[in-house]
Design a protein around this ligand. Structure first.
Ligand code: ADP
Ligand code: MG
Ligand code: MG
Length: 252
């Protein structure tokens, strides 16, 4: 059983006009096996939250804490965070020229486990994860994300999640740009990975439709760098009906 605790997290970025505060005190606690949906409009700071937890150097932590099972995540390097069991599926996955999917995944798995996976079980696991995500086997030989469609990039992110078996997975708009069939396949992959590993999931999304496939235990409404309302799955239905406009007048 693992717990990711985010307390009063404050984050800024440096811009041409000086430092800009993006997160204004975020509190979240995620335990193994729990799915938390963070829903908020564009520009509210959702990706900032995801990258800050993962350790992207662009973001400066100006206050608060992030711990995983009591360990200070903010003092860890990006690699240490991954080895500790944190996983980020990026909103815009990046190309890795000259590195095949197969090599990339095996290298990542080796780095996280501290030893190379046995070849036989590895090929079985890799093929199994790719089949789960309905990706053709030939993708293993392609360079990471090079020429991948939006949907293929998102499938590849979830193949990683299946193989790396994180304690906590942060999925940043994994649903964006997916057509309905891809959304179903990707959601099934996330549900399968979660079932295999009992991961905690922070599911960042702009839309409610993925929540038809991935049932959140908790929903947090995110506006202007803060959680402004929390509840159960019924909160997503309220958002579907009323949109984010109903929060614009909120004291945020
Ligand atoms: P979301 O993921 O919810 O759409 P982001 O975390 O990507 O939001 O962005 C949060 C805010 O940070 C936005 O207002 C965005 O314009 C701002 N921001 C991000 N990067 C920069 C930058 N380099 N310069 C100025 N503002 C930025
Ligand atoms: Mg955005
Ligand atoms: Mg974003």
């Amino acid at each position: 059983m693992s717990t990711l605790e985010i307390r009063n997290l404050q984050v800024s970025i440096s811009t041409e006009d000086g430092d800009k505060q993006i997160l204004h005190g975020v509190d979240l606690t995620i335990k193994s096996g729990e799915t938390h949906a963070i829903m908020g409009p564009n520009g509210s700071g959702k990706s900032t939250l995801a990258y800050s937890i993962a350790g992207h150097p662009k973001y400066t932590i100006t206050g608060g804490s992030v711990t995983l099972d009591g360990e200070n995540v903010l003092e860890m390097s990006v690699d240490e965070r991954a080895r500790a069991g944190l996983f980020l599926a990026m909103q815009y996955p990046v190309e890795v020229p000259g590195v095949s999917v197969s090599n990339f995944l095996r290298t990542a798995k080796t780095a996280i486990d501290g030893e190379a996976p046995k070849l036989r079980t590895w090929l079985k696991d890799l093929n199994g994860a790719m089949a789960q995500l309905e990706m053709d086997k030939e993708f293993a030989q392609r360079n990471v994300n090079e020429g991948f469609s939006g949907g293929e990039k998102k499938r590849h992110e979830i193949v990683q999640m299946e193989l790396l078996k994180p304690k906590m997975a942060i999925l940043d708009e994994t649903d964006s740009g997916l057509d309905i069939d891809a959304l179903r396949v990707v959601s099934a992959g996330i549900n399968q990975a979660k079932e295999n590993t009992n991961s905690g999931i922070l599911l960042i999304t702009h839309y409610t439709r993925i929540l038809r496939y991935i049932k959140p235990d908790y929903v947090h409404v995110f506006m202007k760098g803060r959680v402004v309302e929390e509840g159960g799955p019924e909160l997503a239905e309220k958002l579907e009906a009323e949109g984010y406009e109903s929060y614009t007048g909120a004291a945020v």
